[in-house]
Design a protein around this ligand. Structure first.
Ligand code: MEV
Length: 452
C-alpha cells in the first residue's frame, strides 16, 4: 500500500506526475507518456486548463460533436454536444431531421426564479423570531446592495426573502428562504455571496435585538447555500404533428406507432424502473449540451431528477397524447443555466459552442437544452418501440470495437460496409475482421507469387 503524501498541492506539475507514476505504475515511462500526450502544445491554453482545478496533471478529452437541423421556434440551430456515448449525437441529429419536416420544436420559458437558503437553529419563542425577521428584512436587502448592484442594473437581484419554520421536521430548524432572478448568469456565486451576507447580518443583528432573550440572541447559523432544486426555473419543449405525418422509413403503421409510443411514455410515468432509464435517455441530450456550453451538469442532473420525483414518486419527465388526430409530445423541466460568467468567457470551446448557437441568452439556452433532451427521448422511444435500440446502438459502437481490435482505416471501411447487412456483436466483429485479414494476406501472397 502507498503512503499518504504531505503537501501534494504545493508540488510542481512535473513533481506531481513523478510522484503519481512512481507510486502507482509498473511501466512509469508509458504512464508519463500517456499523461503528457494529452497536454496542449499551446502553453497558454494548457495553463488555462491547468488552472481550472487544483492538481491538474493532464486534460481529459470528450468528443465534441454537433447535431444540425434543429428547428426551434422557427429558427435553425446546430447544437454542440460533448459526450462519449456512441449513439447520442447520431440519435439527436436523426430526431432533429425528423421534426424539421414536421414543423420543428416549440419551446418556451415558463419561469426563471432561483432559490437559496440560510439554514439556522433557533430554540426560542417563534413570535420573537418573526418580529425580529420583519424588522431586519430591509437590512438584509440593504447590506447586500454591494453584491446586487450590477445584477440589479441588468434587471435581476433578490426577489424576496422569507422566514420558514421547519421545526415540525427538525427541532429548532428555520430557514431564510430567498428567491433570485439572475438573468443570463447561472448565478451560483451571486446567490451564495448574497446568502453569506444575509447570514452575517442576521447573526450580528440578532445579538443586538432587544426583543430576544440572551439565549435567543445566540441563534446558530448552520450554513448558507443555493439550492439546485429549481422548480420555478422551468422550460417547456414540445413537438406535434398529425398522426398520418409520423410516417417514415422505420414506421409503417403510423397509428400503431403513435399508440405504442404513448404506451411507452405511460409505462415510464407509472414504473420507476423504466422512468429512470427513460429519463437517463433525456439527460443524454441535456448533459451533452450543458457540458458543451460550459454549464454545471451535476447541478442540472440533481435538479431535474428531484423534479421528476416532486409528487412523491419518480416518474417520466416527458408526456405524450393523441387528441383530435394530433400526436403531441412534450416535457417541462427545471434548468438553471448561464450564458455569461463561469467558464462561458474563459474556455475557448465553450465560447465557440455559444457562438455556434448565436450567443443565446440564458432563456434561449434553456429552450435549446430542453429541446435536445426531448429530441433524445423521442429518438430513444421511437427506436425502442420500432426496431429496438441495439441495431442502431451497436452500429455506432462498431467503431469502438474496431479500434479495440486495432483495425486499420482500410479494415474499418470494409467492416462498416459489411455490417450494414449483418448483426453487430463483439464476436461477429472479431470473426469478420479476422476473415478479412486472412483474405487480405492470401490476396497479397497471391499477388507477390504472381510477381505483381
Ligand atoms: C441509453 O443511453 C439511453 C436509453 O436507454 C434511453 C431509453 O431507454 O429510453 C436508450
Amino acid at each position: 500500500m502507498s503512503k499518504p503524501i504531505e503537501g501534494f498541492s504545493k508540488l510542481s506539475k512535473s513533481e506531481k506526475i513523478d510522484w503519481i507514476v512512481n507510486t502507482y505504475f509498473a511501466d512509469k515511462e508509458t504512464a508519463k507518456t500517456i499523461l503528457k500526450q494529452y497536454w496542449n502544445e499551446n502553453s497558454a491554453l494548457q495553463q488555462l486548463h491547468d488552472e481550472f482545478v487544483e492538481n491538474t496533471i493532464t486534460n481529459y478529452y470528450l468528443p465534441f460533436g454537433v447535431a444540425p437541423n434543429f428547428l426551434i421556434n422557427g429558427k435553425l440551430y446546430t447544437i454542440p454536444m460533448a459526450i462519449e456515448e456512441s449513439s447520442v449525437v447520431a440519435a439527436a441529429s436523426k430526431a432533429a431531421k425528423f421534426w424539421l419536416d414536421r414543423g420543428g420544436f416549440k419551446a418556451e420559458v415558463i419561469s426563471t426564479t432561483k432559490i437559496g437558503q440560510v439554514h439556522f437553529m433557533y430554540h426560542g419563542i417563534h413570535e420573537n423570531l418573526k418580529r425580529f425577521f420583519e424588522e431586519i428584512k430591509p437590512r438584509l436587502f440593504a447590506d447586500t446592495e454591494f453584491i446586487t448592484y450590477n445584477m440589479q442594473k441588468r434587471g435581476g437581484g433578490i426577489l424576496d426573502i422569507q422566514l420558514m419554520d421547519k421545526t415540525d421536521k427538525l427541532s429548532g430548524y428555520y430557514q431564510l428562504h430567498a428567491t433570485f432572478e439572475t438573468q443570463n448568469a447561472m448565478g451560483a456565486n451571486f446567490i451564495n455571496s448574497c446568502l453569506e451576507q444575509f447570514a452575517k447580518t442576521f447573526k450580528s443583528e440578532a445579538q443586538r435585538f432587544d426583543g430576544f432573550t440572551e439565549d435567543e440572541k445566540n441563534l446558530q447559523i448552520v450554513m448558507s447555500i443555493l439550492s439546485n432544486y429549481v422548480p420555478d426555473c422551468l422550460v417547456r419543449a414540445e413537438v406535434n404533428c398529425k398522426i398520418e405525418d409520423l410516417n417514415d422509413d422505420d414506421i409503417t403503421d403510423v397509428g400503431e406507432f403513435a399508440q405504442k409510443f404513448i404506451q411507452a411514455i405511460e409505462i415510464a410515468e407509472i414504473e420507476p424502473y423504466r422512468a429512470v432509464t427513460h429519463n437517463k435517455g433525456i439527460m443524454n441530450g441535456i448533459d451533452a449540451v450543458v457540458l458543451a456550453t460550459g454549464n454545471d451538469f451535476r447541478a442540472v442532473e440533481a435538479g431535474v431528477h428531484a423534479y421528476a420525483a416532486k409528487n412523491g414518486q419518480y416518474t417520466s419527465l416527458t408526456h405524450a397524447e393523441i387528441k383530435d388526430g394530433i400526436f403531441r409530445f412534450w416535457m417541462e423541466i427545471p434548468l438553471a443555466l448561464g450564458t455569461v460568467g463561469g467558464l462561458t468567457s474563459l474556455h475557448p470551446l465553450v465560447k465557440l459552442a455559444l457562438e455556434m448557437l448565436n450567443n443565446p441568452t440564458a432563456k434561449e439556452l434553456m429552450q435549446i437544452v430542453a429541446v435536445a433532451g426531448l429530441a433524445q427521448n423521442f429518438a430513444a422511444v421511437k427506436s425502442l418501440t420500432t426496431t429496438g435500440i441495439q441495431e442502431g446502438h451497436m452500429k455506432m459502437h462498431l467503431m469502438n470495437m474496431l479500434n479495440q481490435l486495432n483495425a486499420t482505416n482500410e479494415e474499418k471501411i470494409h467492416m462498416v460496409d459489411y455490417f450494414k447487412t449483418h448483426v453487430v456483436t463483439h464476436h461477429a466483429v472479431e470473426e469478420a475482421l479476422l476473415a478479412f485479414r486472412i483474405k487480405n494476406v492470401d490476396t497479397q501472397n497471391h499477388l507477390s507469387d504472381s510477381g505483381i
